[in-house]
Design a protein around this ligand. Structure first.
Ligand SMILES: [Zn+2]
Length: 193
């Protein structure tokens, strides 16, 4: 597992510099951009600091070639899974699953951003498929994070399963069985060490 640490500048829009309250889960995303690699996605988050493009970031971005870029230190807040719209199923801002996993942080007045680590995967095509290199690095990274925080693989969740209306990552929103298989691979990796 190769990680390049290339942290964003502390700024209001992508790296607020605030500490996470605690770590209760890891949220998986796709960048929705086949034309950007991990470094370019990191630079896109950096460009948010001008205030011209809203709030967005993640702790880690995994390249199509498997390289992992660390954009925000894992003990700080990144802006990857907050929402102001309602989940169509629960009628609340966050899903039933998010409220089960993240409790008081998944509420009208708080956001799971303050208790989760966000991981972005760069897709290889517009359908949202990932290369084997991306998936293998994601398995290694997630297993490492969960082990260090004493969490089980059921603490992995997609962005879609946190906010409901968001089609992210597209592949695992459309084919949830593939995300279950991913979680199983992470659990196996944690057992092997
Ligand atoms: Zn997302």
């Amino acid at each position: 597992m190769q990680i390049i640490h290339d942290f964003l500048t502390v700024n209001e829009y992508s790296r607020p510099g605030r500490k996470l309250n605690e770590v209760l889960g890891v949220v998986l995303h796709w960048t929705a951009n086949v034309y950007a690699n991990a470094k370019e996605t990191r630079d896109y988050f950096e460009s948010k600091k001008t205030g011209m493009g809203g709030y967005a970031s993640a702790h880690y971005i995994i390249d199509q070639n498997g390289l992992i870029v660390a954009a925000v230190p894992e003990y700080e807040v990144a802006y990857h899974t907050g929402s102001s719209l309602r989940d169509p199923k629960s009628g609340k801002v966050y899903t039933d699953e998010a409220r089960r996993l993240f409790g008081k942080y998944a509420s009208e007045s708080s956001s799971p951003n303050i208790c989760t680590i966000g991981v972005e995967l760069c897709p290889k095509d517009n359908e949202g498929n990932f290369t084997d290199a991306t998936i293998n690095s994601a398995i290694d990274l997630c297993a490492d994070i969960l082990t260090r925080y004493g969490l089980a693989a059921d603490r992995l969740i997609t962005h879609h399963d946190v906010v409901g209306w968001k089609d992210c990552p597209k592949l695992w929103t459309e084919k949830p069985a593939l995300f279950e298989a991913f979680k199983l691979s992470v659990a196996e990796k944690m057992l092997r060490g």
